[in-house]
Design a protein around this ligand. Structure first.
Ligand SMILES: [Zn+2]
Length: 330
């Protein structure tokens, strides 16, 4: 595709990585963001050992958080909590914009939640998320400035719920398409029933939004045409799986509507802030007496990070050493 702007320094390996692209229509009325999150969602699946449907649900929430974070400035972050009444439990994802990347992590209440395909032969994300509950969005804008907004879950399919959130809570009319595709081994082997027999083959999303500060009415007719183009385009995750560039998807979205100026292009990946030091701080907060008890009860105590499922092990000796650092209590 001739419209791509990829420098020589980008090797083939680099081109396979996840990324996000942002742009704006030349009249400044709409912004558009597109993200490829295939490897990122696969990393989430691997870490949390999610079922097929849970992989799609967690993946869509993480991809939505990535799009949201990509609207922010450097060093700002967003936490997205989708708390439905379905078997998935809550799904939480946090995404952060740094100076050169957009990072995301996420987890869910029940990674085993799974259902049969829905009546459209798709993974039943809405079914495991549930259509009663709330989407909560907290943006950390730095300098102790936080913004929180909420909206009711509409379908539990995530894309439509986040679009609704933006429209009612932030008064930003938004069209959003999110998807996760899963493939796997077709032959039956000894591994065929295990969760490692499938993986993410394509994941991503597109978001079109009226620019903050512009009146939604200005976009009226174009918004309808954008929606039609998005429907014509079909599944974003399928296009991504088949190797489409995000830049192509953006141009397709605005075909015959408006010119788009591409703005930023950032790498995207799964990343967590946890560390052994942080796990130690968690243990410190448990209290001296409890740590001594734990040290006596078991040889190894594990501290597991919710967000990435990484486990940090501490021996009884480690625990007693940490306990000895706590003053005051006996
Ligand atoms: Zn972690």
């Amino acid at each position: 595709v001739s419209t791509l702007m990829i420098g020589k320094e980008n090797r083939v390996e680099e081109l396979k990585k996840d990324y996000v692209v942002t742009g704006m229509t030349s009249d400044g009325l709409f912004r558009i963001l597109a993200v490829r999150s295939t490897l990122t969602v696969e990393e989430g699946r691997r870490r949390h050992n999610t079922s097929k449907t849970a992989t799609a649900a967690l993946g869509r929430v993480m991809t939505g958080a990535l799009l949201m974070a990509s609207t922010l400035d450097e060093d700002q972050s967003v936490t997205l909590r989708v708390l439905g009444d379905g078997p998935a439990g809550g799904i939480i994802s946090e995404a952060m914009r740094t100076d050169k990347e957009v990072l995301v992590r996420g987890y869910m209440g029940n990674p085993n939640a799974d259902l049969l395909l829905n009546d459209k032969s798709k993974l039943d994300v809405g079914g495991i998320v549930g259509n009663n509950g709330y989407v909560h969005v907290t943006k950390d804008l730095g300098l102790r400035e936080q913004y929180t907004g909420s909206a009711q879950i509409q379908s539990g399919e995530i894309g439509i719920d986040l679009a609704y959130y933006y429209t009612v809570s932030e008064q930003l009319p938004t069209a959003l398409s999110l998807g996760v595709r899963i493939g796997g081994r077709t032959r039956t082997s000894e591994l065929s029933e295990s969760k490692s027999s499938f993986w993410v083959t394509g994941a991503g999303g597109i978001m079109v939004q009226v620019m903050p500060g512009r009146s939604p009415e200005e976009g009226g007719e174009a918004a309808q045409l954008i929606q039609e183009n998005l429907e014509k385009m079909g599944s974003v995750s399928y296009r991504i799986q088949e190797g489409a560039w995000l830049e192509e998807l953006i141009l397709d979205t605005f075909q015959d509507i408006s010119k788009v100026e591409l703005m930023d292009r950032f790498p995207v990946r799964f990343a967590c802030k946890c560390s052994r030091d942080r796990a130690e701080s968690t243990l410190l907060s448990v209290g001296k007496k409890e740590l001594v008890n734990l040290a006596e009860e078991q040889e190894i105590t594990e501290v597991r990070c919710h967000f990435c499922n990484e486990s940090y092990s501490f021996s009884s000796e480690d625990l007693l050493k940490i306990a000895s650092e706590i003053e005051g209590e006996k």
